[in-house]
Structures are given as C-alpha cells and as structure tokens.
Ligand binder design. Structure first.
Ligand code: MN
Length: 319
C-alpha cells in the first residue's frame, strides 16, 4: 500500500490535467472528497474539472468550490481521472463514459465492495470515509487550508454517522482534531445538514415508522414505501436514525419504490451482520454496516425475497 500511495503522489505531481468525480446520489463524503481534491490540485497549480452525474444538493452548497462542478463535458481530455468514494465505474453514472478520456484512472475509496477498477487503486475499507483517506493524501503532500479542511471534515462527519459508526477510530478523531485548527464550526455544519425537514417530511417519516415490521426474533426491522421521491436532502438517513433507537435490533431495511418495477433497498446493520454481503447477493454493494441495491420487481415481491434471505443470515444471532 505504501508503494501505491507513493506512485499516486508521483502521478499527481507529474500530471497537468485532471478530471475529478465521485458516485451518483451525491452526499457529504462524495462531495467532500471531490472538493478537497479540487482544492489540493489547484494549490499544486493543476488544471481540474469536477464533473458529476447529478446536480449538487442545495444543503451542500455551503461547501467551498461547489460552483465549479459541472454535469457535462465538452471534448476535454485528461492526464488523470480521479474517481473518489466510488466502488465501481458504473456508480459514477454517465461520467463512466468520460473516464476513457483520461490516460490514467486513480481510484481512491473505502467501500469494501470496490472492484479495483483503476490503474492505481488506494482502497482502505477500514477508513470511516473517503475523506479520511484524502486527509492522509493531503498530509503526505503537505497541503492543507481552511477550505480543504471544511470539505474533509464534512465528509468524515457525515460518513461516520456523526462519529457514531463502528468505522470511527482513534485515527478518525486524530484527523478531526487537526482539521479543527482550521476554524471548523461543528454546530454550524450539523445545523446545515440536519435542520432541514419541513412538517410534511416529518409526517411522512411518521407514517413510515408507524408501519414498521419485525421478524419474530426482533432482530430485523423494515418498512416499505410505496411512493418515494428523491428530495434535495436524504430522508433515508433520518428514517434509519429513528429506527436505530430500537433496542436489540441488528438489521434495518428500507424498501422504496423509486420507479415502476424498480425497488431501491437500503440496508444498515448495527454491529454483526455484513450487509455488504447481503446487498451483493442482490447485485448491489457498499459497506459492512451500510449498503444498498436496486432490484426489479414489485414492492411485495422484492420485500419477500430479501426478507427471506436476511432472516437466514440473522437466524444464528442470539436473542
Ligand atoms: Mn463514503
């Protein structure tokens, strides 16, 4: 790994033009990684284009450099494409088609399901976030400033579940304490990202919570949502944090009908069950404690199939 990191640093130093992208359905870690990478590369005098499949959600507009993000390219070519926080090229959406325009693809990620699709791959599944890996890169390259620190902090903060997930380590807190020197205001970032619901959203969440289902052992909890509209902010995490309040439950699942015949399934686990493995069985992936997939079928059909499989995986758990 040490050798790979050195090769990546040398590649960055010797290259001039960069494309930077991340996974679709942008959130704090994807944007934090891209924008801190933008800051780093600009400081080194490189030419950089950040390009995403999706528009930037409004709640992240407090991050520096969001105005430079594009959603399309002309006919630019690149020395390097930096793909961040992304387990495979398909997760970048349409940006995948631009990647062959780069002479070299650098893949920096923390998903355990990463397919090592880059020419150079820096994958650390133990890291709380891609931003935590990017901090190490910035540190090794001797580059840091207030803007980069804000991007990195936001990515680490959001992807570690506000420092509550198992992936939050001594290293995570050490990094954060260093970033705090750059005038980070956690209460403001928390407010930006978490005081965002309208009354109708809370009522909608309430309706999902009131129809929660459980397996007989009380280890698995799930809900099905007949109509799911993507909002500018992520209600999924809000619903999961309410579900996490349940004592003794290990696996949390949401089934969302996102289009006719298309069911998005999100998985979370508390401490034991590897939900990356479950999502991979159904064609998706992610992390051990957070993963997802999209399955063709009816809400009921997908629910039955997935719950049967999950029950089998959790049967061995002691009650
Ligand atoms: Mn991430």
């Amino acid at each position: 790994m040490k050798k790979t990191i050195k090769t990546i640093i040398d590649k960055i130093k010797s290259s001039k033009t960069f494309l930077v992208t991340a996974h679709m359905n942008l959130e704090g870690d994807a944007l934090g990684s891209e924008l801190s990478m933008y800051g780093l590369l600009r400081k080194l005098g490189k030419k950089v284009i950040v390009c995403n499949n999706d528009p930037t959600p409004q709640i992240y507009e407090f991050l520096p450099y969001t105005k430079v993000i594009k959603n399309d390219l002309k006919n630019e070519t690149f020395d390097v494409a930096m793909v961040l926080d992304c387990s495979d090229p398909f997760r970048t959406g349409k940006i995948k088609d631009y990647l062959p325009r780069a002479k070299c693809i650098i893949n920096i990620d923390h998903h355990i399901s990463n397919t090592y699709f880059g020419d150079l791959n820096w994958v650390d599944a133990k890291a709380s976030s891609a931003c935590q890996i990017l901090y190490t890169l910035c540190e090794k390259m001797g580059v840091m400033d207030k803007k980069i620190a804000l991007c990195l902090y936001t990515g680490i903060f959001t992807d570690s579940g506000n420092f509550t997930y198992e992936s939050t380590s001594e290293q995570t807190h050490k990094i954060v304490s260093t970033l705090m020197r750059y005038d980070i205001k956690p209460h403001r970032i928390y407010g930006q990202l978490h005081s965002l619901c309208f009354p109708q959203d809370l009522k909608f969440i309430g309706s999902i919570i009131s129809f929660l289902k459980f397996d007989p052992q009380g280890k698995v909890c799930w809900s099905t949502i007949k109509v799911w509209e993507e909002k500018d902010y992520d209600l999924t995490e809000v619903i999961f944090s309410a579900m996490r309040l349940l004592k003794g439950v290990e696996v949390f699942i949401l089934f969302k009908k996102v289009a006719p015949g298309k069911i998005r399934v999100n998985f979370r686990s508390r401490a034991v069950v590897d939900v990356n493995r479950i999502a991979q069985f159904f064609g998706g992936g992610g992390h051990k404690r957070a993963s997802g997939t999209t399955i063709d079928g009816t809400l009921e059909g997908v629910e039955n199939k997935v719950i049967t499989f999950v029950k089998r995986s959790t049967n061995k758990l002691k009650s």
